[in-house]
Design a protein around this ligand. Structure first.
Ligand code: 5AD
Ligand code: SF4
Length: 482
């Protein structure tokens, strides 16, 4: 996934369900209402969907009652995410029965891929079921529905990257944007449904990535987040599907573009364009990526590096491809090269057979790394995964919860302590918008992805400003422009 992740951070469930903004679409005759759940990749996909449908004369709306088309872009990563979507469908149902009987309802994304035709059998109001690789077919599928038939396309592709489609920027601050660089995942972590819902991993043509980033910068954007379930395994060589750098003939290695080379090419577009990326996988992250981060100041000093568990035994059961010592060694290498690099994680409590001692290993490793931020979850068994087929989901719910609370509390302590160490220091911040709590304040982020809030003074959104931190909470730096 991991693309299930968001802001460079993954969207956690509390933040899910944002209704995308509408302002960047030109007026069309027909109206599309789209809700996105889950990871950044889904949000990015919704921008591709809006682009495909803008050619069919659809503009987006925030008002479901006036929508011709109602789409929900879904997430399957945990059962709770799927339940959220089911609840939304109940609401759509009542709207269809009362205020908007002619609306066409489509389910897109990971749940569509997982449930396929079954979705239409289970949810009578659903007209369209479309998987993540089939969005180009949307115009045909919509026609099919207009002709009175239900429409399903859940074909998974080995090539589709939507490289040529210029996303319609929906989430709209005009300053930060997501750019997808890979799709799918081949890692097969035993707990994870993503390889089944998003298919085989493939990389996008680097030229189209560079072009998209250049265009964003020329439109005034100041930050791009390169997205992929596993960005470190990005590799473009000819067709873009050759995955294993080691197996490329020696004479062609020079021209192959791996993730560190891609990062550098994007970084060279302009010093004033910040680069973030998500998600890194510990088993695939190489030292040349760390070297590129060190070499280019506009590549942000922040890595989202999911751990999942601090126990080597559990990591093996999860098929994560590293053990706790290897993870620690990667952290050491990052900290040696980039001492102030911020690091965040994903963690799962209560995976199959997890004991108190495994859990202690997790807490212990957290104390070693002292993460800046964490996305923490209870294990949720997913249909057809290796874990579901081979292992017993045997940690009682209360134990999962108890351990999760301990992990969250420890993370909270670390986040606060790390932020306290930033008091008195000065950081460059990119201003992203007006603070939710005060109209006279802006918010922005440091290179470490820390949110800072400060009085507006004469600055404006999109400016880089230096701020001095004078106070903090676990989640926010309080600062002043200097
Ligand atoms: N149960 C709980 N958490 C999961 N994740 C992925 N699959 C599951 C699951 N079955 C978490 C992992 C991953 C993040 C995107 O979601 O921590 O990194
Ligand atoms: Fe991430 Fe592993 Fe799932 Fe791939 S299989 S998306 S690496 S958790």
């Amino acid at each position: 996934m991991n693309i299930e992740t968001l802001s460079t951070k993954k969207i956690d469930e509390k933040k899910q369900g944002n209704i995308l903004e509408i302002n960047s679409l030109e007026e069309g005759n027909k109206k599309l209402y789209i809700e996105s759940y889950g990871c950044q990749m889904n949000f990015s996909d919704s921008e591709i969907i809006a682009s495909i449908l803008s050619k069919e004369n659809y503009s987006t709306t925030k008002d479901i009652n006036e929508a011709d088309l109602v789409f929900v872009n879904t997430c399957s990563i945990r059962e709770k995410a799927e339940q959220t979507v089911r609840k939304r469908l109940e609401l759509y149902n009542s709207i269809k029965r009362t205020t908007n009987p002619s609306m066409v309802v489509g389910v897109l994304g990971c749940m569509a891929e997982r449930l396929k035709e079954k979705f239409i059998e289970e949810e009578k109001l659903v007209d369209l079921v479309v998987g993540p690789d089939a969005y180009r077919d949307l115009p045909n599928l919509i026609k099919q529905v207009k002709d009175g038939r239900k429409a399903v396309n859940v074909f998974l592709s080995k090539e589709e990257t939507y490289a040529d489609i210029k996303p319609v920027r929906l989430s709209g601050n005009g300053i930060t944007a997501f750019v997808s660089i890979t799709r799918g995942c081949d890692n097969m972590c035993t707990f994870c449904v993503v390889p089944f819902t998003r298919g085989r991993e493939r990389s996008r043509d680097p030229e189209s990535i560079i072009k998209e980033c250049e265009q964003l910068f020329s439109q005034g954007y100041k930050e791009v987040t390169l997205l992929g379930q596993n960005v470190d395994s990005y590799l473009w060589y000819g067709g873009g599907l050759k995955k294993d750098f080691k197996n490329i003939p020696e004479k062609h290695k020079k021209e192959a573009i791996n993730f560190s080379k891609l990062l550098e090419r994007v970084a060279k577009i302009n010093r004033k364009l910040r680069i973030r990326f998500s998600t890194s996988n510990p088993q695939d992250m190489t030292d040349d990526v760390i070297a590129s981060m060190k070499r280019y100041p506009n590549i942000c000093n922040y890595i989202h590096l999911p751990l999942q568990s601090g126990s080597s035994r559990i990591l093996k059961l999860m098929n994560r491809g590293y053990n706790r010592e290897e993870y620690k060694s990667l952290i050491d290498r990052i900290k040696k090269e980039i001492p102030d690099c911020a690091i965040s994680m994903d963690m799962i409590s209560g995976f199959c057979t997890e004991t108190d001692s495994d859990h202690q290993d997790t807490l212990d490793l957290m104390k070693y790394v002292r993460y800046d931020y964490g996305y923490m979850f209870k294990y949720s068994e997913r249909p057809n995964t290796t874990a579901e087929k081979k292992y017993k989901d045997d940690v009682p719910e209360e134990k999962k919860q108890e351990r999760l609370v301990e992990i969250i509390n420890l993370q909270q302590t670390h986040s606060l302590e790390n932020n306290k160490e930033r008091i008195g220091k000065t950081y460059e911040v990119l201003i992203e918008g007006i603070s939710k709590k005060s109209n006279s304040h802006f918010f922005g982020r440091t290179t470490h992805n820390c949110v800072a809030v400060f009085e507006k003074k004469n600055a404006k959104i999109g400016d880089y400003v230096n701020v001095k931190v004078h106070d903090c909470t676990a989640g926010t730096l309080k600062a002043k422009i200097i």
